[in-house]
Design a protein around this ligand. Structure first.
Ligand code: HEC
Ligand code: HEC
Ligand code: HEC
Ligand code: HEC
Ligand code: HEC
Ligand code: HEC
Ligand code: HEC
Length: 406
């Protein structure tokens, strides 16, 4: 019944269809963006201070934060390198269609993707678009976006890190020169920080309003007032509401999970305007998760860390486990072995069934066996007729059959 009501709420949102991608194969960005009730308004841009301001006082945090994937979850070409190669020889993507290939080129004017269709021996048509925005820090891959007027679209060629090559964008059929996949607000809500959208179509934005990358204030809330107070002669006492900034560390566990859950709980359908969720709010008031509405739906490893962690006995049987038990999001943490001590805050190596046989050998490897990397079903590409699915760390801490660890 609850599921039915949720479904109705979503379906009767006046903007339901507008957020759907033309062929939404991948759940990325599937969701419509605008609310059924529209009660909440996002704060105006002037309520935010921006990373440069935050970094001017919190230098230690900013220095390391700028090395994280959050900070470069999207950026302008030229701000950071693009993962794929534009050098002659490695700048071509052949497709399953022998008459279609793509060329990536870098010139003084910028970076481009061209689809070339051969109609006859000397008869070609091509379409070239400029890479306007890079999406993704290239841990697994990158996607590229282009503008047509004030409308934002996804380019057909992506970069896949594990293959170390260009490949078809996720959800794009191999060998189709598509340039019509709209970038909905939800995509920018997860990969960016700020934007103003315009009257329909859904991918219509005020270009100059877009702030790329995930800034500090995404998790801390608008901070202009906090900055003003700290710049004034009588600074507020630290740790009080006078700070006018959210410290997620002092929220309840549920609200902490919600701060991350805005972007780490899978494809979800917004029922309030994009960018209106503020750290400390109840996430269920903003997005409806039809994908995981029933508890037996398999949870994909991609971008669903919240649901997966919540399925763990560690989470259910403890009151303190959150994302920040293991992650300091202000710094890059890529070494899985460095996470074992967090397990050992609650467990002893001796608790593990493998200890008897393997002894202290297991001490640094809790993650390999209990949080294995697994293939995502949500994002994939076809290369040379073969399906390619990147590996993502499974956040359901559990006992897995041996052999799943990578
Ligand atoms: C003019 C200096 C200044 C600027 C600019 C500034 N802060 Fe602060 N901030 C402080 C001081 C001082 C404190 C209190 C001492 C501390 O915790 O470091 C503080 C505390 C905090 C806290 C902890 C609050 C708590 O209740 O525990 C957070 C989170 C925070 N700042 C985030 C930010 C963010 C995000 C920005 C950018 C929007 C920012 N700050 C900009 C000076 C500044
Ligand atoms: C605004 C959306 C958003 C919010 C809020 C958010 N994340 Fe993320 N997070 C992302 C995106 C997008 C990526 C992938 C970036 C990439 O690789 O391009 C990511 C990546 C990460 C990574 C990998 C970082 C790295 O440097 O490799 C970790 C860990 C992570 N998030 C944890 C968290 C935690 C914990 C929270 C809550 C405190 C959180 N995130 C809140 C969107 C978000
Ligand atoms: C619900 C939030 C959300 C939406 C919507 C979303 N993403 Fe992501 N995306 C993430 C998170 C979180 C990750 C990284 C963690 C993971 O894979 O679990 C990620 C990873 C990626 C990556 C790989 C980044 C890397 O470093 O390897 C690319 C590329 C990407 N997203 C592009 C897009 C594009 C383009 C859209 C819109 C069409 C989109 N995403 C929509 C949350 C989101
Ligand atoms: C992805 C979410 C996220 C982003 C982005 C983020 N923070 Fe935080 N921040 C947190 C969380 C969660 C906590 C509480 C737990 C902790 O301390 O790690 C926190 C705590 C803090 C604190 C108070 C605790 C302390 O260690 O002093 C400050 C200050 C702070 N952040 C500043 C920043 C600044 C400055 C930036 C940008 C350069 C930033 N944060 C970006 C999630 C985030
Ligand atoms: C905040 C404390 C906490 C942390 C951190 C924690 N766990 Fe747990 N874990 C628990 C509790 C409590 C249980 C349930 C024990 C019980 O019911 O007897 C549990 C259960 C388990 C189980 C049994 C799972 C099952 O499905 O039967 C495994 C395996 C496990 N933890 C491994 C780990 C590993 C590996 C890590 C680090 C990646 C970790 N835990 C981190 C508290 C924690
Ligand atoms: C028990 C420890 C633990 C907890 C709790 C935890 N993580 Fe992780 N997480 C890890 C480990 C270990 C990795 C692997 C390190 C890496 O590759 O970045 C990881 C990696 C990630 C990545 C990158 C995934 C990938 O495959 O690229 C994201 C995103 C992430 N965590 C988000 C979260 C979010 C959101 C939460 C809370 C819902 C969370 N994590 C809670 C241990 C944890
Ligand atoms: C080589 C793989 C491997 C490594 C490394 C490993 N485990 Fe295990 N663990 C297992 C398996 C498999 C089980 C299931 C029991 C069995 O069949 O031996 C298990 C069981 C457990 C249990 C559940 C015990 C119970 O009876 O409910 C906990 C808790 C646990 N491990 C914690 C850890 C911690 C903490 C670490 C790191 C110090 C760790 N494990 C490292 C494979 C591993």
């Amino acid at each position: 019944m609850a599921f039915f009501l949720l479904a109705l709420l979503v379906l009767f949102s006046p903007y339901y269809g507008q957020g759907q991608l033309p062929e939404s194969v991948s759940p990325e960005g599937q969701a419509p963006s605008i609310s059924s009730k529209g009660e909440k308004k996002p704060p105006p841009r002037r309520a935010y201070a921006g990373d440069a301001e935050c970094g001017s006082c919190h230098q230690e945090k900013a220095k390391t934060y700028f090395g994280t994937a959050h900070h470069i979850a999207s950026y302008l070409p030229g701000e950071h390198p693009i993962a794929g190669s534009f050098a002659p020889g490695s700048n071509i993507l052949k497709t399953a269609n022998p008459f279609l290939h793509f060329e990536m080129s870098a010139t003084k004017e910028g970076y481009f993707q061209t689809a070339v269709e051969e109609l006859g021996p000397s008869d070609k048509i091509s379409r070239t678009e400029r890479i306007a925005i890079v999406a993704g820090a290239a841990r697994k891959g990158q996607s590229y976006l282009f503008w047509k007027g004030d409308e934002l679209f996804q380019l057909p060629v992506a970069y896949w890190t594990d293959l170390a090559s260009w490949g078809n964008s996720p959800g794009f059929r191999d060998g189709s020169p598509r340039f019509d996949r709209a970038i909905v607000p939800r995509c920018l809500e997860c990969h960016g920080s700020y934007f103003e959208w315009m009257p329909p179509p859904v991918n219509h934005y005020n270009k100059s309003s877009i702030v790329l990358g995930i800034w500090c204030e995404k998790c801390h809330g608008p901070g202009r007032e906090h900055v003003a107070r700290n710049r004034s002669k009588t600074p507020p006492r630290s740790g009080t509401t006078e700070e006018a900034i959210v410290n997620p560390g002092s929220l309840s566990r549920d609200r902490q999970m919600d701060v991350c859950g805005l972007c780490h709980s899978g494809a979800a359908t917004p029922i309030q305007a994009s960018l209106s969720f503020m750290p400390g709010d109840v996430l269920d008031d903003y997005i409806v998760n039809l994908q995981y509405a029933t508890s037996d739906t398999p949870v994909d490893v991609h971008a669903s860390q919240v649901q997966l962690l919540e399925k763990s006995r560690c989470f259910k049987s403890s009151t303190t486990l959150t994302c920040t038990t293991c992650h300091d999001v202000h710094t890059q943490q890529r070494d899985a072995a460095a996470f074992s001590p967090h397990c050992l805050n609650c467990h002893q190596a001796k608790d593990c069934g493998r200890y008897a046989k393997m002894g202290d050998q297991i001490v640094h490897n809790c993650i390999d066996c209990h949080m294995p990397r697994q293939q995502t079903q949500a994002i994939f590409s076809f290369e040379g007729g073969k399906k390619f699915q990147p590996l993502v760390r499974n956040h359901r801490i559990a006992i897995y059959p041996d052999g799943t660890s990578q």
